[in-house]
Structure formats: C-alpha cells, structure tokens
Design a protein. Structure first.
Length: 204
C-alpha cells in the first residue's frame, strides 16, 4: 500500500507540469490563481516538494480536474464514476463529487498521530465549509484556536492561514465543501413551528 502511495505521489509532479503546459499557463500565473508561491509550484512539479492536500486542492481546481484524477488518473474508456479515496499524511479524503467546476464535496477522516501534530497553517485561494460528523476537530484559523464537536460547522476564507486536525487521540470524521473564491455554502436554520394564524413569510 505504501509503495502504491509513493508511486502515486511521484507521478503528481509530472502530471502537474503536463496540465500546466496543456493550459499554456506560466508558474507566475498559476501562483496568482492559487496563492501558492512560484518556488513551491516549481518544487512540486520537479518532485522536490512532497504534495499534500492543502496544495493539491487549489491546483486541481485551477487545472479543472478532480482530486482523484490529479493523484491517480482513472482508466479511459470507462463511463462509470470511480470515487477513490486519497490518503496523505494521516488524512483520508473521499471525493463525493466528480465534476471539476463549482463546489467540491469531500468526506475526510483524520487519524491521530503517534504524537500530537503541530499546526502548520496554510493559505490558498478558495472558500471552505466544514461539518464534523464524529470525533472532535481542532481548527486553527488566523488568531483563533477552536475545537468543534460533532454537529458543529465552520466556514472560512482559505486565504486566512488555517489548519485542522484531530483535537485528541481519537479519529475525526467530517464533511468538507470547497469552492473557489466567492462561493460559499450557506447554512439554513431549521424554521420554528408557526401557528395557523401566522402568515407564511418564508422567502422563496
């Protein structure tokens, strides 16, 4: 399994370079689109920098491909949709959407490490919404250091330095919606019961 992962990660660099050349985009232009520095992009393409999900998400969006295509391109000629999990650095991501445009949905499972991970906040273009299913999620967002229990949600501009992981020694499962800058996931509160005498004022 580790060999398969290493092979998939090794192939990411050449695939990133090929996608950029196909789109005729320079490193500087891609950096402006994703918020990732030119030096980091260059090292990713050359294999000098090991990719992680924080880097791959905005790159997949910029190149118009899904995350599973970027990490492990599916076989051509098969019309079925294969939503394969992607595992990197203790985090497993299962894509729940297949189209490259619009908001992308993922289920994430984060395993606790042998020792607590030090937060390493990252920034990139986009907007993210998180909903905790099981476990407790630690979210470091700018100056805030929060713990979200099951049933809580957070949404934020990913240009703000951010990091999230397990808050304790237990796995955490969550849903993530990731969109380009300006696309937000709006939460709708459950309507309160009304009496028959009250007018229906709920907007269309």
């Amino acid at each position: 399994m580790d060999n398969d992962l290493d092979e998939a990660l090794t192939a990411v660099g050449p695939r990133l370079r090929a996608l950029r050349h196909q789109r005729e985009v320079t490193l500087a232009e891609l950096s402006a689109t994703t918020g990732i520095s030119v030096s980091t992009l260059s090292r990713l393409e050359s294999g000098g920098r090991r990719p992680n999900l924080e880097l791959l998400l905005p790159l997949a969006r910029a190149h118009g491909v899904t995350l599973d295509e970027l990490v492990d391109a599916p076989a051509t000629g098969d019309p079925r949709v294969h939503l394969r999990p992607v595992s990197l650095h203790g985090m497993t991501m299962l894509p729940l959407t297949r189209r490259p445009g619009g908001i992308q949905a993922y289920k994430l499972v984060i395993l606790p490490g042998r020792k607590p991970r030090e937060p390493d906040p990252q920034t990139h273009e986009g907007y993210e919404w998180l909903y905790v299913l099981n476990g407790r999620l630690r979210l470091v967002l700018g100056e805030h250091d929060l713990v979200l229990p099951p049933g809580e949600a957070a949404e934020f501009d990913t240009r703000v330095p951010h990091w999230f992981g397990s808050a304790d020694d237990q796995p955490v499962e969550l849903l993530s919606l990731f969109g380009k800058q300006g696309e937000r996931a709006h939460l709708r509160a459950r309507p309160t019961p009304r009496t028959d005498d009250e007018p229906d004022t709920e907007p269309d």
